[in-house]
Unconditional design. Sequence first.
Lengths: 344, 258
Amino acid sequence: MSDTRIVADRVSKWYGKVVGINDFTVSIGPGVTGLLGPNGAGKSTFIKLLVGALRPSKGKLEVLDQQIWGNRRLLTRIGYCPEHDGIYEDLTGREFVTFMARLAGMSPPEAAERAEAVLEQMGLGKAAHRLLREYSKGMRQRAKLAQALVHDPELLLFDEPLTGCDPLARAQITQMIKTAGQAGKIVIVSSHILHEIESMTSEIVLLYKGQVLAEGNIYRIRDMIDEHPHQIRVECDRPRELGQQLVLSPEIRAVEFPDEGTLVLETHQPDACYPLIPKLALAAGIKIRSLTSPDNNLQAVFEYLTQKRGPQGVARPAGLSPGPSGGEPRARQSAQDGTRGRAA
Amino acid sequence: MTQGTVSGLSAMRQIASMSLRRARRGRMLWLSVAILALMVGSAVVSLVSGRGGLDFFDGMLDLMLRYLAPLVMLLHGASAVSEEVQARTITYLFSRPIPRWSLPMGKFGAAVVLGLVLLLTAAAATYFITMIGEPGALLPELGSLWRGLLAAALAVLLFGALATAFGTMVTGYSFVAALFYLLIVEVGLALAPGWLKVVAMTVHLRVVAGLYHPSTTLYMADPKLDPTISVAVLLTVTLLWLGVALTWVSSSEYRTDK
């Protein structure tokens, strides 16, 4: 395993008055790291900064221990698959990948050999002679990935790599990404679809509005979430009655009734709440139909940290300080709305 | 893998080769062929109608140097970087260890190869078709052809460089921007009286081809221009346009997000 890392220290990128990423601090090591965030979060901007296509407006960005902007030697060690669908429509798959291999500095025979191998690996061996304009979206995506892999780089940057892929291609690409991560390469994968990232890695960087919202292991981020208002959704026959009972407990922070027959609790102590709810319901003779937590998966974590936290959409977990992470998860920027009241 | 950075010349060669391959499969090549076929077709018509000869060839060459050469080179060169930005394929190229200048230079190289093949072939074909009607003058007037071919080659270089510069600086509607420039400077100023017309490169091309005949009016006289100096001017301006393109591409960020 290489010790080299990607270190962004308070990096900002502005497009005129538009902020691409802002005060972005993150540290990424070998293995697969998922960049997770909604559209416009700054994922692609960060990846373009990493590949030297954009110059940081501010801050320091080191890729494999070197400055990247204007450092073309470093590009021999980077493979990049962009998020867009742009491709050389009038080249064949073989011509495209061979051309990119040649531009990576390979000799003609080596480029041809590697192009064949990587096209085969991506399942495009039989379609290599066809023009790229004749490829399906999934095939184009695999051709884009093939050109990123052809020179066997140490750092792989995949921007939305599963876009347009069918289930089989998704499985192949996911496996390829995991294998590259296990081989000690630094693999950065962006997506706005949470289960895609979840299927590849548990190491994530959450982005929102150009800022790092949190980074680290998804399970540690879950721990972090547990220190914060955690939602439990209860479907029962007398939700208001149960709510009145629950609101008296110190563990419950707020109670909501989103619709008839449903009660949503907010708590800082989910572990204490899960036994308390059935206990009180049993005592009052209330029938519980379901008891779920929207926070049980990555989607919930993401939504929790972003969309459900008011105008800024960002939560700040208490006790976690911002700064380069050496492994501890962290989050920053707060805009807790606190609009929900306690049940009367 | 043992690859290192790629030399500028090697990258340029790769990009030029790829551009030529794509041009062979694209429509622009056939559009250029069609434009130049009109010139050759006119020569055939002139031959059939018995109005051929050196004067006709000079007229066709003048048309080529003033309008057809700029148009053909714009078709092939004005998309230098802009095409890559529009199609977003520039992200692949700039993620490779190549010097940035190799992109416009590779595109320029491809445009020049195509331009030379097309324009020189068209000029030579026009000459021989036109002169078939005057077999006795075919060889004695070969000097006109050589001067015409030299002027056509310089036109390819000059307008290729100009198109590359516009294609590098203007990422949207670069063809229109370059065409606008040509209409004002090359067409407009070439018609201006007196020394103002030396700004138009088509005037220098016509000097090289032996087609420039200064006229004197009551108020103003056209400048007398030397072919050697015109060649130097044309080559210098070509290098200036290329310098603009290379400087621009080396310092620019090209955004591909819409």
